[in-house]
Design a protein around this ligand. Structure first.
Ligand code: DAH
Length: 358
């Protein structure tokens, strides 16, 4: 058989193998067997050196032509198979985009954590209050008794907006506490509100995202004291963690807007893989709280001789991490449907006290 006949046989054979390759690995096997380093066509290319000049003159271009033709056919079949594989994947991985959008828009957490906590407090007679995400310095700091130039203002890693004509810079609120001020300035006591909302600080790691969620509580009347604060929070967290009694302890702390101020820890067990709330010998820091500072009451036009009350604030994202045993906060914001399913969230199911949270 002449070289040219041989090439033509190879061509017919390989072309059939290429179009018959059922998937990318079968196709790759054909490519390796023919055009790979030790392939049949590559082997023939190597024999060119041993041919007479006349033979080489016809066999050379024919071999090159065959090699190019096969390479082109393999590439075309590869593209075809890739497209088929993609279509098949799209077919089986079809997702309900309404579901996904609805998940990401609420950043999910608002469902799992904020609504859960807010539902508990609503059941205890708290009304929901809200305020703007873009705040002025007065509501975010000054009225809350942060002295001008006080380092606590820097403590929050604030996002400042561009200054206005008078040089005043608005901020992305660093906490939900400014809504306390708005509520006290607009509403006569008795006040009993729960304030869920987004807050912003320059932070990004496994347990911090630049936007996160807080819940603030505020109770103002003539006789509310620290004892009420503690029993109210213990009750709420027992319900949130679905335990008989989430035992808590207060540690003295400092916040400019409360006096006295405390941080509340709840009893937990960290000996296992996951943190268990309500048992064990360990304590978990969970929120800041205290009696509203007389200066804050005065800044809102309330007479501290007549009115008093408590406030508390907590990060809900961290709380949900604990409840659901999640190691990283960032996937909250990625709306990955598999992740959502893994944690069993249902975007349209509103948590309620009667329906439970989990
Ligand atoms: N605003 C505080 C923070 O973001 C949390 C807080 C602490 C709120 C004590 C309060 C409170 O209302 O009384 O760190």
């Amino acid at each position: 058989m002449s070289v040219l006949d041989e090439l033509s046989t190879i061509e017919t054979e390989v072309m059939a193998a290429v179009s018959g390759a059922a998937d990318e690995s079968a196709l790759e096997a054909v490519r390796v067997a023919e055009l790979g380093k030790k392939g049949r066509v590559s082997g023939l290319m190597k024999t060119l050196g041993g041919m007479s000049p006349e033979e080489r003159q016809t066999a050379g271009p024919a071999l090159n032509g065959l090699r190019d033709k096969l390479a082109t056919a393999i590439a075309a079949r590869k593209a075809e198979l890739e497209m088929a594989a993609l279509n098949q994947r799209l077919e089986t991985e079809r997702e309900d985009l309404t579901y996904r959008r609805s998940c990401s828009r609420r950043a999910l957490l608002l469902d799992a954590g904020v609504r859960g906590v807010a539902a508990i407090f609503a059941d205890m007679g708290f009304a929901v209050a809200e305020g703007p995400d873009i705040e002025d310095d007065f509501h975010n700091f000054t009225a809350l008794n942060f002295p001008e130039g006080h380092p606590a203002r820097e403590m929050h890693d604030t996002f400042f907006m561009k200054p206005d004509a008078e040089g005043r810079r608005k901020v992305l609120r660093t906490h939900t506490s400014p809504v306390q001020i708005r509520t006290m300035m607009n509403q006569k006591p008795p006040i009993r509100v729960i304030i869920p909302g987004r807050v912003y600080r320059k932070d990004w790691d496994a347990t911090h995202t630049p936007m996160f969620h807080q819940i603030e509580g505020l109770v103002i009347d003539k006789s509310t004291h620290m004892g009420h604060l503690k029993s109210c929070l213990t009750e709420a967290f027992s319900r949130f963690f679905e335990v008989e009694r989430a035992e808590s302890r207060f540690r003295p702390h400092f916040f400019p807007f409360t006096e006295p101020s405390a941080e509340m820890d709840i009893r937990c067990d960290r000996s296992g893989k996951e943190i268990k709330v309500g048992e064990g010998d360990d304590w978990l820091e969970i929120l800041g709280c205290g009696m509203v500072h007389p200066n804050v009451l005065r800044n809102c036009g309330l007479d501290p001789e007549e009115y008093q009350g408590f406030a508390f604030g907590l990060g809900v994202d961290r709380l949900a991490m604990l409840k659901y045993g999640m190691p990283d906060l960032r996937p909250y914001f990625e709306a990955d449907v598999d992740w959502i399913k893994h944690y069993g969230f249902k975007p349209w199911l509103l948590p309620s006290v009667t329906g439970g949270l989990s």
